[in-house]
Structure formats: C-alpha cells, structure tokens
Design a protein around this ligand. Sequence first.
Ligand SMILES: Cc1ncc(COP(=O)(O)O)c(C=O)c1O
Length: 407
Amino acid sequence: MTRRDVFFRLPAGWAGLAAAVRAEGSDESYWQMVARLFPLDSGLLYLNAANVCPASRPVMDRYLEYLRDFHANPSFQNREKYVAIEERVRSKFAALLSATPDEIAITRNTSEGSNLVVHGIDLKAGDEVIITDHNHPSNSDSWKVRAQRDGIVIKSLPVPVPGTSAADLLGKLEAMIGPRTRVVAITHLTSTVGLRFPAKEVGEMAKRRSLWYHLDGAQSFGAMDIDLRAIGCDSFSSSMHKWPMGPLEAGVLYVKASRHKELWPAIVTAGWSDKLVGARKFEVFGQRDNPRLASIEAALDFLTMVGPKRIEARVAQLTGALKQAFAADSRLILKTNMQPEMSGGVVKVDWKNGKRKEAYDTLYSKHRLALALTGSGDAAGLRFSPHIYNTMDDVNRAVAAVKTVLG
Ligand SMILES: Cc1ncc(COP(=O)(O)O)c(C=O)c1O
C-alpha cells in the first residue's frame, strides 16, 4: 500500500485523527502516522519545508469545505461567521506565540508583515537600521528601498558561515549600534544556511538600547517552540505555508502592544478605522479570502495537537541525522552549525567539486529528492529541510541518494 492509498483511506472527521495526533509518543510509528496525514506523492522525498510545506489533509479539507460554502452562498449573512473565525484564529496565533490576541495581525505572508513594519515605522533621514547579510530580501531590500526614499542608513552585519557563537553574533550586532540607530531587524533562523540567531539575547540588547527589534520568523514559526514574550521583540512576521503546514498566502504579524501607536498602517481601505483595537488596524487589506481563515485555524489546531515542543525535537532529530551524515563525508562542506541551539530545520551542504547544480538536478530526476539550490555566494549549496511528515526512512534514503550522486 502506498502512502497515498493510506492517506485517502483515513476517516474524514477530525475526532479520530485528533486523538491519534494528540497521543503521547514520538517514536517512529507515531511519525509514520503523522506522515500519512499528508498528501505527498508516494516516492517523493520532499525535503523543502523551508520553501513550501504541504498542508495536511484536515487543513485542505477545511479549506475546501469553506470555499464551497462561500461560493454556494456569498451573501453577507453567510459570511458573518468569519468574524468569529477570525477572532479565534487571532487567539490561536497568540497562544502559540505567547502573545495577546490584540497583538496579532493576520497577513498574507512574511514578506507582507515585514514590509508593514519597514514602511510603517517613523524614521528620519540619518536614522540607522541594522540588518544582516543573510536576511531575506523582504527584510533587507525592503529597508534599502526605504533608505532611498527617506535617506535612512542601512548597516548590514556580514554573517559568518558557519556561525561562530551566540555571544560573538550578539557582540558584532551591538558593535554596530550608534547614536542614530533606531532599528535592529534580523532573522530568527536564516533560510540561507540555517543559522539560529540568539533572539532572546538580541531582545535584551534592543531593549537596553531602546531600539525597535523586528524578527523574521519565516523559518522558525511552526518548526520551533516560540515565546515572543520571552524573546522580547517588537514585531515578528511569519508565513503559514512554510513550517506551520497551512494554506498559501496566509501569515501572521505580531506587534507588541506598547508599540502599536508607533506603527502606521501601510494599507487603509473600507473597514479601517482609528477605533480598531490593537494590531487589527494593520490587516485591513480589502476583501480577503475568508475561507482561508478556516484553514489557518485548522493548521493552528494541528500544530497545537502535535505540539511545538514535540515538533521542534523531531525536526532536530531529522536534521541531526542529516548533519551527522554530511559532516562525515569529506566530499561535502556542511554550512549549518551542528549545535542545536544555533540551528533548526534548515541544513545547507555544498559539493567540494562545485557540481552542486548537477547534483540538484540528478537528485530530483533520478531519486525524486526535492531540495532547494543556492547557486553561488557564501551560502552556495543544497538545502535540506525535513519536517514532521518526513520519516527517518526518508532521511536515510536522502543520504543514500546523495552518496550515489557523489559517486
Ligand atoms: C527568512 C525568510 N523570510 C521571509 C521569507 C518570505 O516568505 P514569504 O514568501 O512567505 O513572504 C522567506 C521565504 O523563503 C524566508 O525564508
């Protein structure tokens, strides 16, 4: 029986699934059960969570159910239910992130959330923003566009590959702060090489230095257990279609309550008012895909049922096995830190012979191993990002495929 056969035979309701997913345990049989909830093609070795994750069947089912209902009856009356669903989604995001519902805006992705911050903070010509060389363009090029418009100054930290230590990274960031520095905008876990920044320590420093601290959580939310209260950032942005295994074009922006007055809404349209409470005033974008809200809720329920701590430990187990195997092969260069506290779900490895593109193509065409490729620069290499729908067998097969391709 293939994985796909099992998938379509599962009972349709949540109740049976919920008990199985919530159950204690983290042995391989538990994860095999979880894997069967995903619609991945049998035989496909999908190790690209850092880019896009498949949604689980309950999440897709919920979306389709609400999409059909919406288009069967798009009346205002039938859409009233989304007011309550939206507030439940806000509360569930808040619970998973250790925030309050008023601090949550429901966005379309990380890029949008980060840009709301980049373009919404009051900054004057000469004010400085600290970023890093490994930030995603949504948290670096966006700042550079703002710099062109308003004359602010961007200072970028060159990120060591692999990472040095939490203390070194913190020290280097702090050394860049001057009297005109207003913002520090970093990445919780980089998509380039999977380096985890010392988010909490940066939060303490940002507080001490009275900076706005923006954290890009595209590679952390859904893969790691996150406590924004403990981290102490002022804003945090993430996407649902990555590690949270939710729908496409859905995301979250957290803005700390004490900062709401300092952030201008970038988009204002019907439904916006000064009276909107908290971060709700940052998410009024015109007509939204309401049914998607229901699938966000399903994805957040799913994350909660498996449990962020159990997910983080499983991701560490899968990436740990990959890193061990790659570090032991002299034909490869591992660019991701081994230490769990400096890494997460992303593993980057390069081919010493430079034939990374050939390997990437062959791994997909001959071994059905789906990865991401960085063609050049200090992050050049192949990116492996396994998630909870991957089994240890997937990881072992991926390693065997790499060995075969290396020859
Ligand atoms: C660190 C990081 N930030 C932001 C993004 C952008 O995410 P999205 O395309 O969902 O806005 C990505 C996407 O890969 C990312 O890895």
